[in-house]
Design a protein around this ligand. Structure first.
Ligand SMILES: [Zn+2]
Length: 244
């Protein structure tokens, strides 16, 4: 039997690992310096879901009086500027009409990814810079540039290339209204796809490393305009594919 308590995580709440644990994941565009400050606000019960979402429930579309429920815990890893691994609590609420839940995932994170968006982007920028003269990725060399404690693998790097490319291509119709993306060429193999991601990031004004700049503005603007994650697939968008 579920135990509903006040907003915020309480001891004994289920650990979700990196799973969504909400029927709908909303982008929470915020101005916390990092995901850790967001987590602290939720943990301290200083985060009000209703203030951000408003009176209308994002699930039933009515003023159903949705209520905050205990946050879920989620694993997070940050690679830069320093390696940090931890758990954050993600705020949730439940629709009173449908009993379905929604969470507010901060824009610094991508659904179903433990590594922060910054971590993935910086790593791929590094990978692009380390390509050989023919543009062939040298992913082993990229791994050498990452913190020794991290568990990033070659397989994961390749997943990130595909994830970022998929997200940027999907957002292209919106992003091209803000940036000149006329030079984009879609890639198929790993090398071409990494080049495409790097081209996108350059066109969007993303600069760095060591510090990544320009990315947050894009994430916030896209999230506010579209209400979707630029990188990663939210739980509500995964079901049809999983059920297929
Ligand atoms: Zn509702």
């Amino acid at each position: 039997m579920k135990r509903w308590g006040p907003a915020g995580w309480y001891p004994g709440a289920p650990c979700a690992g990196c799973q969504g644990l909400a029927d709908i994941q909303l982008v929470y565009g915020n101005h916390f310096p990092s995901v850790w400050e967001y987590a602290e606000a939720v943990r301290a019960d200083a985060f009000d879901v209703c203030t951000y979402v408003g009176a209308v429930c994002p699930i039933c579309g009515r003023s159903c009086g949705y209520r905050p429920i205990p946050a879920y815990r989620r694993g997070v890893i940050e690679l830069f500027p320093v390696y940090r691994k931890g758990e954050v609590q993600v705020a949730r609420a439940q629709c009173r009409t449908t009993r379905r839940t929604f969470s507010l995932l901060p824009h610094q994170l991508a659904p179903y990814h433990r590594y922060t968006v910054d971590s993935m982007v910086i790593t791929l920028v590094v990978a692009w810079r380390l390509c050989d003269g023919q543009g062939k990725p040298r992913l082993e060399k990229t791994l050498d540039e990452l913190p020794a404690d991290c568990d990033v693998t070659l397989w994961l790097l390749q997943c990130w290339v595909q994830t970022l490319a998929r997200g940027l291509r999907g957002a292209h119709p919106v992003l091209c209204g803000w940036h000149d993306l006329s030079g984009m060429r879609s890639g198929t193999g790993l090398a071409d796809t990494l080049r495409e991601v790097a081209q996108y990031l350059g066109a969007l004004g993303v600069r760095g490393p060591p510090r990544i700049e320009g990315l947050e503005e894009v994430l916030l603007r896209y999230g506010a305009r579209v209400g979707r994650f630029l990188i990663g697939t939210a739980s509500q968008d995964r079901r049809p594919r999983l059920a297929a």
